[in-house]
Write a protein that binds this ligand. Structure first.
Ligand SMILES: NC(=O)c1ccc[n+]([C@@H]2O[C@H](COP(=O)([O-])OP(=O)(O)OC[C@H]3O[C@@H](n4cnc5c(N)ncnc54)[C@H](OP(=O)(O)O)[C@@H]3O)[C@@H](O)[C@H]2O)c1
Length: 271
């Protein structure tokens, strides 16, 4: 069997090495960083999966965008790529009740003759005001109640493989489209062995964030990295490196400017 590589693909960092800004919330998955600006080079390509119009650039940026999924059989990601929660599920999930629980709360609201005319945002505001006085349909000790959070990506996550979410707070696996999320409390080497087995002979992608990539780099497990470095500094957040030169004792590197002009691609492979 060919070697199964562990690959970092299309990871974006600021000029000072941050993969995300400070203050991650449900509304701002990248904290104070602007993901649209960070991913603009990929979003402009013909192969960008969320492209709705024909067109887009071809060439190196497009090649790297396509390469994201080539021969990938599983992904490993950190818990804060999956969601903003910290600590045990259900305690720090914050005010967001999750779509199903929200629907149950809305169903429990007193019926009003004009309720169908209330737009969804106003309903949500009403719900947030009234939930304090209404009995909670889920008692507070209901297990797994915040497990209704199923990631940022909607019903069709862009992974299309098993995904192993590293967390100290495992929860049951679930499938969304052709992606299955598993939750794993394991050291990097064990997590990689688990993902390789699930990848069925293909490579494993290390999806981030920066803290997780750093841990796998420090454990000597990463075979190749593609990191797009933007010219904009973030000043704080989750940091991959102080300088890309830090990896040069262990990796070869090519540095290629994006033809689109917004980032510089750093391609590393093991010495
Ligand atoms: N720039 C990009 O291209 C890019 C790509 C992906 C994601 N992101 C962004 O990066 C941010 C997330 O990155 P991050 O560095 O803050 O966090 P992260 O690496 O996604 O997650 C770190 C968390 O994962 C859990 N974890 C990691 N390793 C573990 C292990 N071996 N065993 C058990 N649990 C483990 C721990 O959470 P618990 O202790 O809470 O379980 C840890 O605090 C998000 O804002 C995301 O949107 C950026």
């Amino acid at each position: 069997m060919a070697q199964q590589l562990l690959r970092v693909q299309n990871f974006n960092v600021s000029s000072d090495g941050y993969g995300a800004g400070e203050g991650q919330t449900l509304e701002r998955p990248f904290g104070h960083a602007d993901p649209e600006a960070m991913f603009a080079w990929a979003g402009a390509t013909a192969s960008w999966p969320r492209r709705t119009d024909p067109g887009g650039s071809r060439g190196l940026d497009d090649y790297l965008t396509r390469d994201y999924g080539r021969n990938i059989g599983a992904e490993i990601m950190g818990r804060n790529k999956f969601g903003p929660q910290r600590g045990p599920w259900g305690v720090s999930g914050g005010p967001w009740p999750g779509p199903r629980r929200l629907a149950r709360h809305l169903a429990a609201l007193p019926k009003r003759p004009d309720s169908s005319a209330i737009d969804p945002l106003r309903r949500l505001a009403m719900h947030r005001t009234r939930r304090r006085v209404l009995p909670d349909p889920d008692p507070p000790d209901t297990p797994w109640r915040d497990h209704e959070w199923r990631g940022w990506w909607g019903d069709e996550p862009p992974f299309h493989t098993p995904v192993f979410v590293l967390t100290h707070h495992p929860r049951p696996s679930f499938a969304l489209g052709d992606t299955t999320f598993h939750f794993l409390d394991a050291d990097p080497a064990t997590a990689l062995a688990t993902a390789r087995e699930a990848a069925d002979g293909k490579d494993v992608r290390l999806g981030g964030g920066a803290a997780t990539i750093r841990a796998f780099l420090d454990a000597g497990l990463v075979d190749t990295l593609h990191v797009a470095v933007s010219p904009v500094a973030l000043g704080g957040g989750s940091r991959l490196w102080e300088s890309p030169d830090e990896l040069l004792d262990r990796y070869h590197r090519d540095v290629v400017p994006s033809p689109g002009g917004t980032v510089t691609h750093h391609l590393f492979w093991r010495k």
